[in-house]
Write a protein that binds this ligand. Structure first.
Ligand code: CA
Ligand code: CA
Length: 176
């Protein structure tokens, strides 16, 4: 595994462990969903519900694949074995990314305002300088909006620790 991938697995684990108790559990996804909902108060009930459903689906897929000892928790060791296998992780991840970015686009025009982007990424736990660097790297339309598919793709890429690309802005110190 690349050193960057090792670092990223650790970061991804930390983000999914939203309550910081050292294991990923169903509650972490409920907490994450509440934080994102609070970050985008203008999102409609339909989009919020879709996100909550997608987060729960994602947790189920993760637990099925990674919770090897079936204790209802995915510990760092269990997580490492599954997160590097996109075959098992990929489809649920796509739904997760789609639902998350969907909430950030309440009017459904396919674009996300910088302010909303920053708020949602902060809700998930990303550091502000990294988030700002990613926003700029996503080639915003004008200066203040990014396209939903580009962001969604960056999220999928970020959570696939072996990948490299625009989501590298979310790892370590942003350059420039
Ligand atoms: Ca946790
Ligand atoms: Ca376990």
């Amino acid at each position: 595994m690349r050193a960057e991938a090792v670092e990223r697995v650790r970061l991804v684990f930390t983000l999914f462990d939203a309550d910081g108790n050292g294991a990923i559990e169903a509650d972490d996804f409920e907490l994450m969903a509440r934080r994102v909902t609070a970050a985008v108060p203008e999102a409609g009930a339909e989009k919020r519900d879709a996100m909550v459903t997608a987060f729960r689906t994602f947790w189920k897929a993760l637990a099925e694949n990674a919770d090897t000892n079936r204790d209802g928790k995915v510990d760092p060791e269990e997580f490492r074995t599954v997160v590097l296998d996109p075959q098992r992780f990929g489809p649920a991840l796509a739904e997760f990314a789609g639902a998350l970015t969907g909430v950030a686009d309440p009017d459904g025009d396919g674009l996300v305002e910088r302010e909303t982007f920053m708020a949602v990424m902060a809700a998930i736990g990303f550091a502000q300088p990294n988030t700002r660097a990613l926003f700029d790297a996503l080639e915003p339309v004008g200066t203040e909006q990014v396209a939903v598919p580009a962001w969604s793709e960056a999220i999928r890429e970020f959570y696939t620790p072996d990948a490299t690309g625009v989501s590298d802005h979310l790892v370590g110190q942003p350059v420039g």
